[in-house]
Design a protein around this ligand. Structure first.
Ligand SMILES: [Fe+2]
Length: 279
């Protein structure tokens, strides 16, 4: 069994800048420290895009310095708030595919992790580039990786959900060509699970037979509003990260609200004389 920690939508800003009064750097630092302390055995941290809020070098360099505080190796994906060129200039050792997209493969235990680049830019033209896109070159690269995976189970990571998730505003800026992605996935039998970001909300389910998870951000969250088209709605709910456990037969997904978590100091029901613990 392997353990993978997922942080998504970090939205790091330069020093002194906040989002709805929240400091994304401080919130992420607390999350990295929590995960490092509680899960020192984790095999990997995967950050699924929107690493920074504005794609600026100052923020990427702050992120690089912050990630130095954990011994757990980190994989970074980019999202619609990122700049591919600035990101790569600040993280020159990150793997890219032959076309320069931030796409790579990593074998962890018996599983193959595949990281996709869904940034629909350049040109960086908003609101068009809020949505994601996998161009033919990126899909062709993925097809080659899935063919090569053979019988090895694949866990696919990308920033944009490749299908509707029930928030009409976010559904309008999902991966634009999700069906094309699922057509590639459907040609093989290896993709067993998919993890996305973008929404800032804990969501799970399945699409075309592939289970998926989306996790909350370490910073601001999307309120539970299934009617609004406003994608900028944000609320200060507890920060979270995901924990994936890969098993020989599948993936177990947990979400940890680390700011309010007391698992490391929890009290058993038996100690309180309250009978059996919840099971
Ligand atoms: Fe985001």
């Amino acid at each position: 069994m392997s353990k993978i920690i997922v942080f998504t939508d970090l939205h790091i800003l330069p020093i002194g800048k906040t989002i709805i009064g929240l400091d994304p750097y401080a919130r992420l630092a607390a999350g990295i420290d929590h995960a490092t302390k509680i899960h020192p055995d984790a095999d990997r941290i995967v950050c699924t895009g929107d690493l920074t809020h504005r794609g600026d070098a100052d923020s990427y360099l702050r992120l690089a310095e912050l990630l130095d505080r954990t011994h757990i190796p980190v994989s970074l994906l980019i999202g619609n708030h990122d700049s591919r060129e600035t990101f790569l200039s600040c993280f020159p050792d990150v793997s890219v595919d032959p076309n320069g997209f931030v796409q790579s493969v990593l074998d962890v235990g018996d599983w193959r992790l595949v990281f996709l680049d869904t940034l629909n830019a350049p040109p960086y033209e908003f609101p068009e580039t809020y949505s994601g896109y996998l161009c033919p070159a990126r899909l062709e690269w993925l097809q080659g990786q899935l063919r090569e995976a053979g019988d090895r189970p694949v866990l696919l990571f990308l920033h944009h959900p490749p299908h509707d998730i029930g928030f009409p505003g976010m559904d309008a800026i999902k991966l634009k060509n999700g069906p094309a992605l699922y057509d590639v996935i459907g040609r093989f039998n290896c993709v067993k699970h998919l993890v996305a970001g973008h929404v800032h909300r804990t969501i799970s389910g399945s699409h075309r037979g592939v289970p998926f998870n989306i996790f909350k951000s370490p910073c601001h969250q999307m309120p539970m509003n299934m009617d609004s088209m406003d994608v900028s709605l944000s609320v200060d709910e507890p920060a979270a990260y995901g924990i994936l456990l890969t098993t020989p037969t599948g993936v177990l997904a947990h979400s940890e609200d680390y700011e309010i978590a007391i698992a490391d100091v929890g009290t058993s029901h038996e100690a309180l004389g309250a009978g059996a613990a919840a099971e």
